[in-house]
Design a protein around this ligand. Structure first.
Ligand SMILES: [Zn+2]
Length: 335
C-alpha cells in the first residue's frame, strides 16, 4: 500500500549566515560541530541540536522506509519562517529554502513532495513567491498558525489564500510562535500546551472569519490532528450558539458544518484519539503524518495505526488517498 507521510521537516545542510548577510536579527544558522550533527543557532544562542536526518535525503529515505513509507511531504522547520524579518529579507530566505525544496523534489520525484514557505507579512511578496513556488514544482506551502501574532482571518492574508485556491496549491498550517510561551517556559509547555492551542486558534480564525465560506475549494491541512480543535468542538459550537453576538459576527455558518471540509494529520500518538478524529471528520480527511525527524513526532510513522482494527479502505485513505486529494495529486504521480 502506498504510504505518504504528509508532515515532515527538512532544512538545507548549508545555509548563508543571514544575520551577517542582512546585518541584524537572530536568524537561524547551522554549526556543523561534529560528523552527522549540527547545532541550530538562533543568532548566537543555541536553539537545539539536530541530526543529519534533518538534511540528508538518503539517510531520511533509509529511516522512513523501515516503516514502509515511500514518500515524504517536506517543508521547512517553522522556526525558519522569519516573519519578523524585513519582508524583502524574509523573501530572500524563503526563496533559498524553496529552491532547496524544489531541487530535492526534482532529484527524488517519487520520494519527496515539497511545500514552500512565504513572507506572509507582505501580501504582495507572498503571492508572488507562491506563484514562483508553483512554477518550480512545489505542491503547496506551509504557513504559521499566526503571523506575528495576527490571526489568519485578517483581511491582509486573504489574497494569499485566494491565490492558493486559484493556483491549486495545498496549504499546511503549522503551530509556531506559541501564545503564552514566555509565561510557561518550564516543562516544555509551549510545545505541549501552546501548540495544540495555536492550531485551534488558526482553525477557529479561518472558520469564524469565513475563509472556507469565501474559498470553498481551498485545501487546508492542520498539523497535529488539528491541535485541540476537534476535542473542543462541542464547546466551540456551543459558544457559537449561545453568544452569536461574540462569535458569529463575520460568518453565520455553524462551526460544526466545517467538519470534513479541511484535513488534519494523524499525529495523535493515541489510537483512542485517532478513532475519535475518524468519527469526527472521516478517513478521507486524515493524512498520515509523523512530524519527522523530531522527537515529539510519531517516529514509528503510523505503526500504531497498523495495529488498530480498522478496515483496509480506512487505512488506505489515511496512508495515501487523503494526502493525494489534499495535494491535488494522483497515485500515478508517485508510482
Ligand atoms: Zn511539524
Amino acid at each position: 500500500m502506498l504510504k505518504i507521510d504528509s508532515h515532515t521537516h527538512i532544512i538545507p545542510k548549508d545555509m548563508p549566515n543571514w544575520s551577517e548577510k542582512f546585518g541584524y536579527g537572530d536568524f537561524i544558522y547551522l554549526q556543523h560541530h561534529k560528523e552527522g550533527f549540527a547545532k541550530m543557532m538562533r543568532g548566537n544562542q543555541f536553539f537545539r541540536e539536530i541530526k543529519e536526518n534533518c538534511w540528508h535525503p538518503e539517510v531520511r529515505i533509509e529511516e522512513y522506509q523501515q516503516f514502509n513509507t515511500q514518500v515524504q511531504v517536506v517543508c521547512t522547520i517553522p522556526v525558519m519562517f522569519s516573519y519578523w524579518a524585513k519582508p524583502l529579507d524574509c523573501l530572500d530566505l524563503s526563496r533559498f529554502l524553496n529552491d532547496h525544496l524544489a531541487a530535492l523534489s526534482e532529484d527524488y520525484p517519487k520520494q519527496y513532495i515539497g511545500l514552500g514557505t512565504l513572507p506572509m507579512h507582505d501580501t504582495e511578496l507572498a503571492v508572488k513567491e507562491l506563484e514562483r513556488c508553483r512554477k518550480i514544482g512545489l505542491k503547496g506551502v506551509q504557513i504559521g498558525s499566526n503571523i506575528n501574532d495576527e490571526n489568519l482571518n485578517e483581511e491582509r492574508f486573504f489574497p494569499v489564500f485566494e491565490a492558493c485556491e486559484k493556483l491549486n496549491m495545498a496549504l499546511l498550517v503549522h503551530p509556531w510562535n506559541m501564545m503564552g510561551e514566555k509565561s510557561m517556559q518550564r516543562y516544555w509547555l509551549p510545545w505541549l500546551v501552546g501548540m495544540p492551542a495555536e492550531t485551534t486558534r488558526a482553525i477557529c480564525s479561518m472558520i469564524f472569519g469565513g475563509i472556507f465560506e469565501r474559498l470553498p475549494k481551498l485545501r487546508v491541512n492542520f498539523a497535529h490532528a488539528g491541535g485541540s480543535f476537534l476535542t473542543t468542538i462541542g464547546r466551540i459550537q456551543h459558544g457559537f450558539d449561545c453568544r452569536p453576538d461574540l462569535v458569529a459576527i463575520d460568518n453565520n455558518i455553524p462551526p460544526k458544518n466545517y467538519l470534513g471540509k479541511f484535513w488534519v494529520d494523524s499525529v495523535t500518538h493515541d489510537p483512542l484519539m485517532l478513532d475519535y478524529v475518524l468519527k469526527s471528520i472521516g478517513s478521507k480527511r486524515i493524512t498520515l503524518g509523523s512530524d519527522y525527524p523530531f522527537p515529539l513526532g510519531d517516529l514509528e510513522i503510523g505503526k500504531y495505526i497498523d495495529e488498530m482494527d480498522l478496515k483496509q479502505e480506512v487505512k488506505e485513505d489515511i496512508y495515501c488517498n487523503a494526502s493525494l486529494e489534499w495535494l491535488g495529486m494522483t497515485k500515478n504521480d508517485l508510482l
